[in-house]
Design a protein around this ligand. Structure first.
Ligand SMILES: Cc1cc2nc3c(=O)[nH]c(=O)nc-3n(C[C@H](O)[C@H](O)[C@H](O)COP(=O)(O)O)c2cc1C
Length: 213
């Protein structure tokens, strides 16, 4: 039974393009996978806490040595990592903010990139000190940008720090199978926006058809 994790991170509700696009993806995915199950996590309207000093100390303490307070500090992170682990497919709506990811999604990333849970670190292995622990996931990142030309060869390509950041951090924990689908021109509106949204939607519907695990 395939399982989909649906994440939204726009603080906007009805006006959010990423929310509408991820919803279209989920609907098509459910049509295609009637036996599939979906978990929804909204880190845009229900922001996650940033990591704290207590969180960091707990994460870098071996599990068997953690105090009850340390376990509490990691409770939400554990829940988020478990949620991610259970998914075969992840669809995440990510608005493009100040040339990168919004802080709501970054807080999510900081909670799930966890030593001992989603990656291992061995300082004695100089060649490859980091080992990813997440396997077999397919992720679709749904991005919306206000301006245009951030794609390959575009006039803003060099300012697009979101795509490379996502690819690096997700590969670090083992999510190599990443599709990035972007709509652009929210700030320009008109047919440029409409065409971009339609093209992103068509790509997503196609991906939903073939994304099971
Ligand atoms: C705080 C903030 C920062 C933004 N920074 C950028 C930016 O650097 N480049 C850009 O093209 N658009 C930028 N935008 C526009 C958003 O990317 C655009 O409105 C997008 O559609 C937001 O996603 P949503 O529709 O899902 O809310 C920014 C918007 C906000 C609110």
């Amino acid at each position: 039974m395939p399982h989909l994790l649906h994440i939204d991170s726009s603080p906007r509700s009805d006006r959010s393009h990423t929310r509408r696009l991820t919803a279209d993806f989920v609907q098509r995915w459910q049509d295609q996978h009637p036996d599939g199950t979906v978990t929804y996590r909204d880190v845009g309207r229900n922001p996650l806490p940033h990591v704290t000093e207590e969180w960091i100390a707990a994460a870098f303490t071996p599990p068997e040595e953690r105090s009850p307070a340390m376990q509490v500090a990691l409770q939400l992170s554990d829940e988020l990592v478990d949620e991610l682990s259970q998914a075969d497919v992840i669809v995440a709506g990510i608005p493009f903010y100040n040339f990168g990811m919004p802080s709501g999604f970054k807080a999510y990333v900081d909670q799930i990139v966890r030593i001992g849970r989603t990656f291992l670190f061995d300082p004695h292995n100089e060649e490859a000190p980091y080992t990813p622990l997440v396997h077999g996931k397919r992720m679709i990142a749904v991005i919306s940008r206000g301006d245009g030309g951030y794609g390959p060869g575009g006039r803003n390509e060099k300012h697009n720090h979101l795509d490379p950041h996502l690819r690096t951090v997700l590969r670090f924990i083992g999510i190599d199978d990443l599709e990035i689908v972007a709509a652009e021109n929210d700030e320009h509106g008109g047919t440029d926006l409409a065409n971009s949204l339609e093209s992103a939607r068509e790509t997503l519907l196609e991906l939903a058809q073939y994304s099971h695990c």
